[in-house]
Design a binder for this molecule. Structure first.
Ligand code: HEC
Length: 164
């Protein structure tokens, strides 16, 4: 029995250790694993940066996008993933993602992140997912650039047509 309890304790502790190992930004936001299987809101293209991006959303984000609900409800999360581009090796006229650049998140919690429009901002850079920012104030950079779209609850991306 004692041994069994010991084993349970070890398993629990290693679970906690694994959770705390997630990369975390200076404002306390950890990488959200599994973002790669969220739904697509829209792609975007930055020729000046040689980047293809995809903006993804959790279920709350998708519902708010579909229903035109603003402000987005608490619990909404969006991710923006960026890659450099390359010509498709078998069809050079087509551009496709090449190297992973970064993933960014916006997490809605109107109270917790009230100072930045209700959004918690986080960025993880490079394949090693290095947390961006030296101190929590880095979010002013994100928030500042998202302010021109305040009327859309600080969100740039629109859902394009998906006729069906
Ligand atoms: C210089 C301006 C600028 C800065 C700084 C900026 N963003 Fe954005 N962000 C944009 C634009 C423009 C888009 C629209 C999509 C695109 O450009 O690919 C966007 C889109 C996003 C999206 C998808 C939701 C949306 O609004 O469309 C997330 C998530 C995001 N940014 C997170 C961040 C985070 C986190 C930071 C800070 C670490 C940040 N952004 C800093 C301009 C900026």
């Amino acid at each position: 029995m004692k041994r069994y309890l010991m084993l349970v304790a070890i398993l629990l502790l290693s679970g906690v250790a694994a959770a705390t190992e997630l990369p975390t930004t200076p404002n306390g936001i950890s990488l959200i694993k599994g973002y790669g299987s969220w739904k697509i809101i829209s792609p975007s293209h930055r020729p000046d940066k040689d980047q293809l991006r995809v903006i993804l959303g959790n279920d709350l984000a998708m519902a708010a996008m579909a229903g035109g609900i603003r402000p987005f409800p608490d619990g909404t999360v969006m991710a923006k993933v960026a890659w450099t581009t390359r010509k498709h090796p078998n069809f050079p006229a087509a551009m496709e993602p090449d190297r992973f650049v970064q993933v960014e998140f916006m997490i809605k919690d109107a109270k917790k992140y009230g100072a930045t429009g209700g959004w918690g901002f986080a960025r993880f850079v490079g394949p090693e997912l290095k947390p961006y920012g030296k101190e929590p104030g880095f979010v002013q950079e994100c928030f500042g650039c998202h302010t021109p779209v305040k009327e859309n609850d600080y969100v740039f991306t629109h859902r394009p047509a998906f006729p069906q």
